[in-house]
Every structure is written in C-alpha cells, then in structure tokens.
Design a protein around this ligand. Structure first.
Ligand code: ADP
Ligand code: DP6
Ligand code: CO
Length: 362
C-alpha cells in the first residue's frame, strides 16, 4: 500500500437506496442468525425521492477503527448483523488500483483497512416505514461498490438479508419477491424481481405518516415473540401465505387491482392479527390507523370496484395504493379532509410515492 507519504488518501463511495413496502408480509424467522423467513413475501420498492437512505462509505489507511454515524449520531457497529455484512463484503473484495492517486489495494488488504460509514434516512427511523430495509440494502450496496465486489444482485441481496430480512428486497426496483429458500446455508433465500419499475406504472402510493416516533417493539423482537407464542402465525405461514403468493404474483402480472387490493389489505390485517395473537400482544397500529382502515373499507365497498389498497408494516403508518392518478387525487382530498395533519393529532404528513430502482449516487 505504498510508503507513509501515500497514506493520506481516502477512497469513498455514496449510494442511495429506497425502502420497500411488503404487500404480502414477512413475519417470523426459521433461522435467527442467517435471517431465514418462515414464508415468502412480496413487496413494492418505493421511489427514493421521499423515502430513502443515503450512505457514504470510506476507507483510508489513516482510519484506526470501523465507525458509523446514523442520522448524524455515532452508532455502534458492534451488533452481529453489521459485523456479518462487513465480513461478507470484505471476504468478497477484489483488487483495486487508482494510479493517479497512487492507490493500490490488493484483495487481502481490504481486511486491514478500517471503514467509516455515514448514513442518513430522509424519513423516520424505526417507525414502521422499513428503515432497516433501505438502511442495510444501501450499506451492502455501497460497501460492495467501494471494495470492488463483483457479485451479482442476488448474492448482494442474500448479504443484505443478513442485516435485516426485508433489506434483501430493496436491492431491486419494481415488484419483488423474497423466496424463503430451502437450503440450510440460506444461499437460496434471495430476492427476485417479479416485474420492473416500468410495470403497472399507473399505481400511486400515498403514505400517511401517522406517527414518526420510534416503535416500542422492534420488528426483530416482535417477530421472535410471535414465532414462539402465536398459533396463528404457524397456520398463516403454512396454510395461508403460499396460496396468497401465487395469487399476488398473478394479480401483479395482469395488473388486476381488485385482487391486488383484496390480498394486500387482508394480508396486512392478518399480520396485525398475528401481532395481537402474540404473548404479550403487540400493538403496532393506533386509533388513527384503525380509523383509516375503516374509512378505506367503506369507500371500497361503496364503489363498484375497490378504489384503494392499504397496508401497514410494523408501525402505525398507512401505506395507501391507488390504481391511478385520478383516484389518488381523490384519495388525497379525502385524507386531507377526514385526517388533516394538525398539531393536535399525531398524524403529521403525507408522502406521495412511486415505484423505483436502486440508484447509485457514487
Ligand atoms: P423499521 O420499521 O424502520 O424497519 P426496524 O425495527 O425493523 O424498524 O429496524 C430499525 C433498525 O434498523 C435501527 O435500529 C437500525 O439498527 C437499523 N437501521 C435503520 N436505518 C439504518 C441505516 N440507514 N443504516 C443502517 N442501519 C439502519
Ligand atoms: C412488517 O426486516 O425489519 O415490515 O429481519 O428482524 O430485521 P428483521 O426484520 P424486518 O421485518 C420487516 C417486517 C415487516 C414486513 C415486511 O417487510 O415484509
Ligand atoms: Co425493519
């Protein structure tokens, strides 16, 4: 790596990654360490403009330890998930050379170089809007780029999965399925793109940020309790989800909004029913979330065909999907009228989204 005078260099990469919202939920692991799920799941990747993570990763011979900052505050990298992602990427790094800057890093040198990571979420962290998904997808993608990792997206998705399960789906844009896999190694538990971001681009996604507060029960702890105590979860993963996955894939392929809406809403409700079936019960939704569900159900029943699909992740925030711009405009008007963002309510903003792909800002 050259002499002392050449040790002041810093090699840096910045990447951006969107969140994804599951329309058939992942909830429950069969392997806690490798993060292998109890069922397949399907999600829509959102556009990075409103809900995304931006991560800058850098190496330099002058860094004397690995460090991370999340949203401007120092954040410990000691957790097993961060360590796993770092070592999986370092183990796959390849030679890098920049003659102009006098940088020459051999494959084996990457292990000796410390990394600095600065990550920023432009939306609430740990509030049920999949910050762990955007966060780990972005971290793995940025590190892979920095360390000249030549693996395909499937392998990167399996590494991101070991940071947070839902992160494996944020490596792709459009509609994405996380195949639970069969292998004990987890190598076949990867995300696959069902359709790219251009498919079904009439859909409009509106997110009601009902609360940006950090949730009391993390997804990891919540699903661990559900696996241990909820009889409904084992029924759901074996008897219900496999059929829904087939139906959802078909609904996406044929742009069948009524079926898409029915499946997404029912699956979200069953996931929250599993949370209630857990001991002690987990309450991710609040009164505003319940009122939004009732309102959307009434509207869908009043019309000839469903107008909207709703889904809630592990938090109170509503993700509403309209079949086109016309309905989305009407939906937003209704939301602003019936659920106005005021200082009195916790509901604080609306975010209009779209589907998208991972963008490399490096
Ligand atoms: P969410 O619903 O937001 O995904 P989780 O409980 O699943 O909430 O995960 C929150 C955790 O994800 C955080 O405590 C942090 O460990 C991790 N995380 C969030 N954002 C990032 C990021 N940008 N980079 C790395 N890790 C992140
Ligand atoms: C409700 O991926 O956050 O958002 O794998 O433990 O990090 P860990 O959990 P996480 O769980 C996401 C749960 C969900 C549904 C989903 O995204 O499929
Ligand atoms: Co999460």
């Amino acid at each position: 790596m050259g002499d002392e005078s050449k040790k002041n260099w810093v090699l840096m990469v910045t990447a951006q990654s969107p969140t994804n919202i599951a329309v058939i939920k992942y909830w429950g692991k069969r392997d806690e360490t490798l993060i292998l799920p109890v069922n397949d799941s399907i999600s829509v990747t959102l556009d990075p403009e409103h809900l995304c993570t931006t991560t800058t990763v850098a190496v330099s011979p002058s860094f004397n330890k690995d460090l991370m900052w999340l949203n401007g505050k120092e954040f410990s990298l000691a957790g097993a998930r961060y360590q796993r992602c770092l070592s999986e990427i370092r183990g796959r790094a390849s030679d890098f050379e920049d003659e102009e800057k006098g940088i020459c890093i051999k494959k084996g040198d990457w292990e000796k170089l410390n990394v600095h990571i600065a990550s920023y979420n432009n939306f609430p962290t740990a509030a049920g809007l999949a910050s762990s998904a955007a966060g780990f997808a972005c971290l793995v993608f940025a590190l892979a780029k920095l360390m000249n990792v030549k693996e395909d997206c499937g392998t990167l998705s399996a590494i991101a999965r070991q940071g947070s399960g839902s992160a494996c789906r944020s490596l792709y844009g459009g509609f994405v399925k996380w195949d639970m896999g069969k292998d004990l190694s987890g190598n076949d538990s990867v995300a696959v793109q069902l359709a790219d971001e251009a498919h079904w681009d009439d859909l409009v996604i509106i997110i009601a940020v009902v609360s940006s507060r950090q949730k009391e029960t993390s997804s990891t702890a919540g699903m661990r309790d559900s696996v241990e105590t909820s009889p409904l979860l084992s029924y759901r993963s074996k008897e219900v989800v496999p059929k829904r996955i087939v139906q959802m894939e078909e609904a996406i392929k044929t742009r069948d909004f009524p079926t898409f809406s029915k499946l997404a809403c029912t699956d979200s409700n069953q996931f929250h029913a599993v949370c209630l079936d857990t001991r002690p019960p987990i309450f991710y939704m609040n009164d505003t979330s319940h009122r939004i569900i009732s309102y959307m159900e009434k509207w869908n029943r009043f019309e000839v065909t469903p107008q909207v699909a709703y889904t809630f992740d592990a938090g109170p925030n509503a993700v509403l999907i309209a079949p086109n711009r016309k309905v989305a405009t009407l939906l937003l008007q209704k939301l602003l009228f019936y659920f106005p963002p005021t200082p009195d309510t916790e509901l604080n903003s609306y975010v209009i989204g779209d589907k998208s792909i991972l963008k490399d800002a490096g």
